[in-house]
Design a protein around this ligand. Structure first.
Ligand SMILES: [Zn+2]
Length: 454
């Protein structure tokens, strides 16, 4: 069965490469009727919209503003053809960095147990009291200039990585313990300090994974859901996770209500990690789906770079190995597999997993095409199983629309791997997805094939 294919394009450079008509022809020839624009909208902010919220907005750079007529014509042409148009650039992190930094960033528990602020353009905390007012003003300002059918939201989220220093701490699991979350905790009548202590205990536990302790953990029957096994022994850890989940839901609910109140009741899709990682980030997809029109879990799989599933497993095990040098790697892999609810075929050591990227790019974050492709079983088993979990969590296949991309740094998935990814996801029940890859070459051929157009 053909997959309903939505397309997202990043930036505005595609207009120079394609021109409006050829771009839209390319999409429509592949049966694509929904397009999301990832570029920063070329809008000179209207101070009046922001004034009520005490925010002084900054305009996008001149090269973006110069695109205003071209972007306007593109959106209009797409809608004239009957296509649905979505904007990603309304996300606050897509505004100018110096305009975004009035928002409070997440605070994480660092290696020395001190609290540090995240260093990232994308580091805002979901509980920052100025985030939603900023977002609200931005949505109103931009949608007035560029009418559209909906918006794609991407973050904020709590972290799910443990590698020290990774991405400026933005995805650090041991966060957030800043004033933003202290205020939210007070409103909810819970104790953030107790959560910080619990996070410290979890961190201490992960740094003392003796072979005996790990074997005992691995022999315990799994509970529900898998990811939370580790947390069942410490009630404060469960409370901390519940706090993160409630924080995210309250933000998503308010954001969705805001979007639905705009002229024409636009739709909104909410981004999240895939099923294995989403719980640690505070995204409970069944609860998110109560508010969003659809969800956009990231079926990002690559090794290296950031965001990719293989890379996350590698960083977890490498970090645990550095904390527990006496513990065999195969036990650490089993632990991580148990935590995330999947097993990478034929990967039981750091050497096994490292063959999927060349040594030079293992930790560089840069793009590479070198490294062994992932085995077919990975797509047939893990991707299909992750998809089934996503569909089960949301309960409606039409509202599960994963972001599919081939890399954010690290080893780029080959077109054949993209084909196997979509095949595995379809076997898991997927009916629609958001294609966020090249509109040419082998990748686009794969998209066309899965859309039933070749
Ligand atoms: Zn916070």
């Amino acid at each position: 069965m053909a997959l309903e294919t939505w397309v997202m394009v990043g930036g505005w450079d595609f207009l120079d490469r394609y021109g409006v008509d050829r771009f839209l022809d390319t999409l429509q020839e592949a049966g694509v009727n929904h397009v999301a624009f990832g570029g920063t909208p070329p809008v000179e902010p209207d101070p009046k919209v922001y004034k009520a919220h005490g925010i002084a907005p900054l305009p996008p750079p001149p090269d973006i503003l110069a695109r205003a007529d071209g972007v306007s014509a593109t959106l209009r042409a797409a809608r004239d053809r009957g296509m649905k148009v979505y904007l990603y650039g309304t996300n606050p992190h897509m505004s100018r960095t110096d305009g975004y930094h009035h928002l409070s960033r997440k605070t994480f528990l660092d290696e020395d147990l001190s609290l540090k602020e995240v260093e990232s353009y994308w580091g805002v905390c979901v509980n920052c009291p100025r985030l939603l007012p900023t977002y609200r003003a931005r949505l109103r300002d931009i949608s007035r200039r560029f009418p559209c059918d909906g918006f794609l939201n991407d973050g904020p989220e709590f972290g799910y990585e443990i590698a020290p220093g990774f991405m400026g701490g933005n995805w650090n699991l041991f966060a957030c313990f800043g004033p933003c979350c202290a205020q939210k905790a007070r409103e909810m009548g819970v104790d953030l300090r107790a959560f910080q202590d619990a996070a410290g205990r979890l961190r201490g536990w992960l740094r003392n994974l003796s072979p005996a302790a790990l074997k005992a953990f691995l022999e315990t029957p799994p509970g529900l859901p898998d990811t939370f096994d580790l947390f069942q022994t410490d009630p404060a850890l469960q409370d901390w996770l519940r706090f993160k989940t409630a924080s995210i839901e309250s933000y998503v609910k308010a954001l969705c209500e805001e979007v639905h109140a705009l002229n024409g009741r636009p739709r909104i899709g909410i981004g999240a990690r895939t099923a294995a990682f989403a719980p640690l980030t505070g995204y409970d997809l069944s609860r998110i789906a109560r508010h969003a029109d659809f969800v956009l879990p990231k079926l990002y799989l690559w090794m290296g770079g950031y965001d990719g599933l293989y890379g996350t497993v590698y960083r977890w095990v490498r970090t645990l190995k550095s904390w527990n040098p006496q513990t065999p790697e195969d036990l650490l892999f089993q632990f991580v597999y148990r935590l995330f609810g999947f097993t990478l075929p034929a990967v039981n050591s750091l050497q096994d997993i490292s063959r999927h990227i060349d040594a030079e790019h293992l930790d560089s974050g840069k793009l590479t095409h070198l490294g062994a492709p992932f085995p077919d079983e990975f797509y047939a088993e893990v991707v299909a199983s992750e998809t089934r979990k996503l569909l089960r969590n949301v309960g409606d296949p039409d509202r599960v629309r994963p972001w599919v991309c081939t890399s954010h740094g690290g080893r780029v998935l080959t077109p054949q791997e993209l084909h196997l990814l979509l095949t595995g996801a379809e076997q898991g029940g997927l009916t629609t997805y958001l294609y966020y890859c090249k509109l040419e070459d082998g990748e686009w051929e794969v998209a066309r094939r899965h859309a039933g157009r070749t």
